[in-house]
Design a protein around this ligand. Structure first.
Ligand SMILES: Cc1cc2nc3c(=O)[nH]c(=O)nc-3n(C[C@H](O)[C@H](O)[C@H](O)COP(=O)(O)OP(=O)(O)OC[C@H]3O[C@@H](n4cnc5c(N)ncnc54)[C@H](O)[C@@H]3O)c2cc1C
Length: 321
C-alpha cells in the first residue's frame, strides 16, 4: 500500500509537553471513608410501559440503600393521584424510605394539607415542599386560598406533623427571582420555616455550585445543600430543559456530546464520564450527599454510585426506615 504517513498537523514535541502546565488528577477516593448518602428522584409513570420501566429502575437501585427516594408531583398538581400511588407502593413493597414532592399550585391550603395528611397516614414522613409551576408554562399566580410560596407550605406542613422537609435551591438563581440575594433570602426563609435540607437544581458547572455554598454559609445557612446530579442521557433534551429551568449548559458539555446524536453507545459512555467527573470533583471538595435525577433510568445512576464507593447491600440489611 502506498500511503503518505506525514501528518499535515504539526503536533508538539516532548520538550513542549514538559514545558506545559502540570495538572494533577483528582485525589483517589479514601477507601476507608464511609460512602456518601444518596437519594434518587423518580417521576410517577403515565403508562403501563413507563410503570414497568420505573419499577425496574427502583428494583435495580434499591440494594444501594439510598437515604431516601423521592417522587415528583406534576406541574399544576396534575399527578396528585399517580404520585400518591407510586409513593405508597414504595412504602408497601420496598425497603426504601420515600419522600413525596408536593406543590402549592392550583389548590387551596386545605387541599394541599389534606394530601400531606394522607401521606402521613400512609406512613410517609418526608415531603419535598415546592411552590411548583403553572401548567402550560403560564406565569405563576398563587391560588386565592392557597400557599403563595414554598416557605408558606413548609410552615403549613410543620403545623400538621413532624415531617422531614426538603426544599429546592438554585445555584444559578431561580429563573424568575428578582436577584440572587433575594433568592438566597427565600432559601433561608424556607429553612427557617422548618425545612431540614435543600436539594439543588442540577448544574453542570461545579464551580457555580461550590461558590453558591460559600454564599449560603455567608448568609448563615448551615443545613445541607445537597447537589442535584443529572446524568445526561439525551443531550438535546437536557439542553432544552436547561433553558427553561435556568441551568446553564457550558460549551465544553455541548462539545463532549457533539456528533453522538445517532450513536447511543458513545453517548452513554460520554454521559457516564461527565457525571463521574462531576461527582468525584464534588466528593474531593467534601460533599458527602448526592441527589440523583434518575429520569426513571437506573444504569447511569448505578454506575456513578459505584464510582462513589456505594455498593449493593444484601436484601436483609437495606437502609433503616
Ligand atoms: C429538587 C427540586 C425538585 C422539584 N420537584 C418538582 C416537582 O415535583 N413538581 C414541580 O411541579 N416542580 C418541581 N420543581 C420545580 C419547582 O417547582 C420550580 O422551580 C418552581 O418554579 C419554584 O419552586 P420553589 O419551591 O423553588 O419556589 P419558591 O421557593 O417559593 O420560590 C419561587 C420563586 O419565588 C420567589 N419568591 C419566594 N418567596 C417570595 C415572596 N414572598 N415574594 C416574592 N417572591 C418570592 C423566589 O425567589 C423564586 O424566584 C423542583 C425543583 C427542584 C430544584
Amino acid at each position: 500500500m502506498n500511503q503518505d504517513h506525514t501528518s499535515p498537523v504539526s503536533h508538539s514535541s516532548l520538550p513542549d509537553w514538559l514545558r506545559g502546565p502540570r495538572v494533577h488528577g483528582l485525589p483517589a477516593l479514601d477507601a476507608t471513608a464511609a460512602p456518601p448518602a444518596l437519594s434518587f428522584e423518580f417521576f410517577p409513570p403515565r403508562t403501563e410501559a413507563l410503570e414497568t420501566q420505573l419499577w425496574a429502575c427502583v428494583r435495580r437501585l434499591e440494594p444501594l440503600a439510598p437515604h431516601f427516594v423521592s417522587v415528583t408531583y406534576g406541574a399544576g398538581g396534575s399527578t396528585r393521584e399517580r404520585t400518591h400511588q407510586t409513593v405508597t407502593r414504595i412504602v408497601s413493597e420496598t425497603n426504601l424510605t420515600p419522600a413525596a414532592h408536593l406543590t402549592c399550585v392550583a389548590a387551596s391550603q386545605g387541599e394541599v394539607l389534606d394530601v400531606a395528611r394522607r401521606y402521613w397516614d400512609a406512613g410517609v414522613r418526608h415531603i419535598v415542599a415546592l411552590r411548583g409551576d403553572m401548567p402550560n408554562g403560564d406565569a405563576y399566580a398563587p391560588h386565592p386560598d392557597g400557599f403563595a410560596y414554598a416557605a408558606d407550605l413548609v410552615a403549613g406542613l410543620r403545623r400538621i406533623g413532624d415531617f422531614e422537609i426538603s426544599v429546592a435551591a438554585y445555584p444559578e438563581m431561580h429563573p424568575t427571582a428578582v436577584s440572587a440575594e433575594d433568592d438566597l433570602d427565600n432559601l433561608k426563609r424556607k429553612l427557617d420555616a422548618g425545612a431540614t435540607r435543600a436539594i439543588t437544581q442540577y448544574f453542570f458547572d461545579t464551580g457555580v455550585y461550590l461558590r453558591f455554598l460559600d454564599r449560603c454559609l455567608a448568609a448563615g445557612i448551615t443545613a445541607p445543600i445537597v447537589p442535584g446530579i443529572m446524568p445526561v442521557s439525551n443531550f438535546a433534551q437536557a439542553a432544552k430543559f436547561s433553558a427553561m429551568c435556568g441551568a446553564s449548559v457550558p460549551g465544553w458539555l455541548a462539545q463532549m456530546f457533539e456528533g453522538t446524536e445517532e450513536d447511543a453507545e458513545t453517548r452513554r459512555m460520554v454521559a457516564a464520564i461527565v457525571a463521574a467527573e462531576q461527582v468525584r470533583l464534588l466528593r474531593a471538595n467534601g460533599i458527602d450527599q448526592f441527589h440523583f435525577y434518575t429520569l426513571n433510568r437506573s444504569d447511569l445512576t448505578y454506575a456513578i454510585a459505584h464510582i462513589l464507593g456505594v455498593r449493593p447491600k444484601p436484601a436483609n440489611s437495606a437502609a433503616p426506615k
